[in-house]
Write a protein that binds this ligand. Structure first.
Ligand SMILES: Cc1cc2nc3c(=O)[nH]c(=O)nc-3n(C[C@H](O)[C@H](O)[C@H](O)COP(=O)(O)OP(=O)(O)OC[C@H]3O[C@@H](n4cnc5c(N)ncnc54)[C@H](O)[C@@H]3O)c2cc1C
Length: 408
């Protein structure tokens, strides 16, 4: 009987596996990828999409198409193999003979029964697996109550598609002649890039005095070298952004209330207050990290259920806890691929060892420049943005043969 691998999430951690599905099919393994969206937007270029530097299609992978094309189009000819809500999705779509076939299921995994090796989707469908890999990313939830007026747009920076929604909201207000006020909440790298690229968007739309406020919590780019922090402050200040060191306690009506009693008016609020793993794993009784991520061993494998694997933002890498950054999701990709195949074919697993934190960081300032950091080295300029652009486009091309960008 053919074996069934389920990939939960079509994100950065699973891109490598998704681009090599043929290896599973050759080994007689069916692969189902479950994700809420058939597309993945590459986060490294997300802030650039907000400013209008990139069209949405330039950073988008068509995950459903990757699965369909790897499967020789079989899945495309069998669009209705999944069951109605409440039914059980069979272990792999029909067809394929001795070889495995692939399927993309649009849906959200809402429950895991590790004893029965079964997943429950939000719409009630269920999927059985022989092995499963979780790459479901992380969520950004405002750490304050939100009771905003209907006209106020509140956009957590994940999923990345929210940045496109925010851009459209800002564009339509500017086109209507409004003096749109944008609030960015957060002080990390995402908040900086989102603030800088909001300024870039407004400037590009011809707004002379953009009204952008950043409420940074403890500060901007805490933990980064002093020079990088100064450059980041200057990049926002020279384009007129207001920066407040403080904490938002509530968003009520069109006003963000601050812990010190102050407030900021806003039409559009971008929330970049940090990410956390989804709550799915806690409900399933799996071993967890302190933040609720799926705890995995050196092989990216659950210590309690060896057929459960995971990578990227949703895991807690128990041997050496890692920050939630796409660079680790991408580094884990080849190890996940090798170990899922090895587990299902009875071969030896490979440990994940690329835990070094001295990686190259490039922050898009939103004005054609970027800030580069590598360890203590900090540089800034247009050439840094050109380097970031080249690296990001190379990443997109790396999977381009099977990851075809689609129109917005
Ligand atoms: C604005 C911004 C910019 C960033 N820039 C960088 C950068 O330049 N460099 C860097 O290293 N990191 C960056 N990051 C962080 C980076 O985005 C994440 O670390 C990375 O996306 C994690 O990859 P992942 O595979 O774990 O999750 P993701 O790539 O987010 O993929 C998650 C997948 O799971 C799916 N999914 C979610 N829930 C479910 C569910 N319940 N069931 C099934 N599927 C589900 C999603 O639809 C998606 O397909 C940035 C983040 C933000 C917000």
């Amino acid at each position: 009987m053919r074996r069934h691998l389920v990939l939960c999430g079509g994100g950065h951690a699973h891109l490598f596996t998704l681009s090599r599905l043929a290896a599973f099919f050759e080994a007689g393994i069916d692969v189902t990828c479950v994700a809420p969206s058939p597309h993945l937007s590459y986060s490294g270029m997300g802030p650039g999409m907000l400013s209008g530097r990139y069209a949405p299609a330039e950073l988008r992978f068509d995950v459903e198409r990757m699965v369909r094309e790897a499967s020789g189009g079989q899945e495309g000819r069998r669009p209705s193999w999944t069951t109605p809500p409440g039914g059980i999705i069979p272990p792999g779509p029909p067809g394929g003979g001795g070889k495995g076939v692939g399927a993309f299921v649009r849906g959200s995994v809402a429950g895991i029964d590790p004893e029965a090796r079964r997943l429950r989707l939000a719409d009630g469908r269920e999927i059985r697996y022989d092995a499963v890999s979780f790459g479901i990313g992380s969520v950004v939830a405002p750490p304050f109550p939100v009771d905003a007026s209907p006209g106020v747009g509140v956009y957590p920076v994940k999923p990345i598609e929210n940045l496109l929604l925010a851009r459209r909201a800002i564009e339509s207000r500017v086109e209507a002649g409004e003096a749109v006020q944008v609030l960015v909440v957060g002080g990390g790298t995402s908040a900086f890039e989102v603030a800088g690229n909001t300024l870039g968007l407004l400037t590009g739309l011809g707004v002379k005095k953009p009204l952008v406020t950043v409420v940074t919590g403890r500060g901007l780019l805490c933990g980064w070298p002093g020079r990088a922090r100064r450059l980041a402050h200057a990049a926002l200040a020279r384009r007129g952004a207001r920066r407040i060191t403080g904490r938002v306690t509530r968003l009520r009506g069109d006003r963000a209330e601050l812990a010190d009693g102050g407030g900021v008016r806003c039409d559009v609020c971008l929330v970049a207050t940090g990410t956390r793993p989804p709550e799915l794993f806690a409900q399933a009784g799996l071993a967890l990290g302190p933040d609720g991520g799926l705890s995995v061993n050196a092989f990216l494998q659950s210590p309690l259920f060896p057929e459960i694997f995971g990578g990227g933002d949703c895991i807690h890498f128990a041997p050496a806890p890692l920050p939630r950054a796409g660079v680790y999701a991408v580094r884990q990709g080849p190890v996940l691929f090798a170990n899922l195949l090895a587990f299902l074919t009875g071969r030896q697993l490979t440990p994940f060892g690329k835990t070094g934190q001295n990686f190259l960081s490039l922050l898009n300032c939103g004005d054609g420049r970027a800030i580069l950091r590598k360890g203590p080295l900090v540089l800034e300029g247009r050439w840094c943005m050109a380097l970031k652009d080249a690296i990001d486009r190379r990443f997109i091309r790396r999977f381009a043969a099977r990851a075809i960008s689609v129109a917005p």
